[in-house]
Ligand binder design. Sequence first.
Ligand SMILES: NC(=O)NC(NC(N)=O)C(=O)[O-]
Ligand SMILES: [Zn+2]
Ligand SMILES: [Zn+2]
Length: 465
Amino acid sequence: MKEEGYELIIRNGQVVLPGEVRRLEIGVKDGKIAALGEALQASPGTKILDAEGQYVLPGMIDMHVHFNEPAFGHWEGFRSGSAALAAGGCTCYADMPLNGNPPTVNLEALRLKAEAAAGNSAVDYVLWGGLMPGNLEELEGLAAAGVTGFKAFISNPGGEGEGRFREVDDDTLYQGMLRIAATGGILALHAESEAITSALGAAALRAGRSSARDFAASRPPQAELEAVARALLYSERTGCKLHFVHISTAAALELIHEAKLRGLDVTAETCPHYLILDEDSMETLGALAKCAPPLRSSSERDRLWAALAAGRVDLVASDHSPCPPELKLAPGLSFMEAWGGISGAQSSLELMFHEGVHVRGLPVTQISALISGLPARRFGLEGRKGSITPGLDADLVLLDPDAAYTLRAEDLLYRHRHSPYVGMTLSCKVTATICRGNVVYTAAEGVIAGGGGEWLRIRHSQPGI
Ligand SMILES: NC(=O)NC(NC(N)=O)C(=O)[O-]
Ligand SMILES: [Zn+2]
Ligand SMILES: [Zn+2]
């Protein structure tokens, strides 16, 4: 390390450390957190950020976004999507292997994905590979190339066209998990039963039922619970690490928790929309609030919060899955036909603080762990990112806990400025985001120098090969 002093000192902030909040100064050198102390010495070149009255948090690590390049950058792309994340206090994210084309299911597709991202991301990122019928032979190569893990769908992922991402059949899931286990990797699963959701969806369409409530009824909690139970069985049989994305019910969290107690290496994610919105939102907001699994009842939402408070949720991620507005809002398009996927990544951290800390009274440290420390630990980024600890990347967010504001469409930096959260008054605001010591966003200036984010390749332990 250079001796000439800090590039950046953040003064006067309430610093959110693992398990405690302390008024401390943070010194940054060579893009890393170099010191935490009481009165750090500035040198002539040191930039000073005054965080008086604000929290300083580790940057959010959003393990679940769909940036859709190559080929679907007109839905969302690395440049616009990562700018939105930077504005929302996220300093590292994981891009899903769909809905771009080709999906990230072989080395050539991974190369195209990495090419689309390179030089375009405001913050750092990791890339998921995909598991789908026909690509078992590709898994080891993708793991060796540094994908963060593999994503599979148990239910139909939607989308159209040749070569699109497809759900797994049971044998592909089982064989895939055996192979992923051998690389020391992890499988992320969209867990809803295809048999249940496709039968109920088809029956609703035959009966001419296509409203928001009909959509929700076609993807009941039972569909999630059944798929979770089956995947847990496969995990037990194969030894494959498992991560359940966007869990929407407390019952599924309970099943996952019981599996952990039996010794399975399994984790559960939920998303801000299951914690903030409910099935009434689908009626008031229309397809802007359509996602799968669907939003649940307000009592289910409260049970999810109770489960989260009790430690049953391992991490919170956005599942930002946007599309052009006409695929949701075109006149005459029924709720059933509209694209499923919520556009919300820019608001995740603020939503979790607004609702989690300010409304429901959870500790700041617990919310911070769910969006930073725990995802880092689960996905091989611990020791590099996820907490405010000397030696780690200086990935930091300043959050003003008293800066209430009403989210407007023009505040959004997504490719398409729509989101179910537009019009909502949030009790706090991200005022600055710092990635590896670089200030990449301030509320006053917007996104600064948008392309400096790097792909972090993940090294897996590979006991089997
Ligand atoms: N094809 C998708 O992007 N689907 C996504 N859509 C949602 N969640 O509604 C997802 O992650 O399942
Ligand atoms: Zn999904
Ligand atoms: Zn998703």
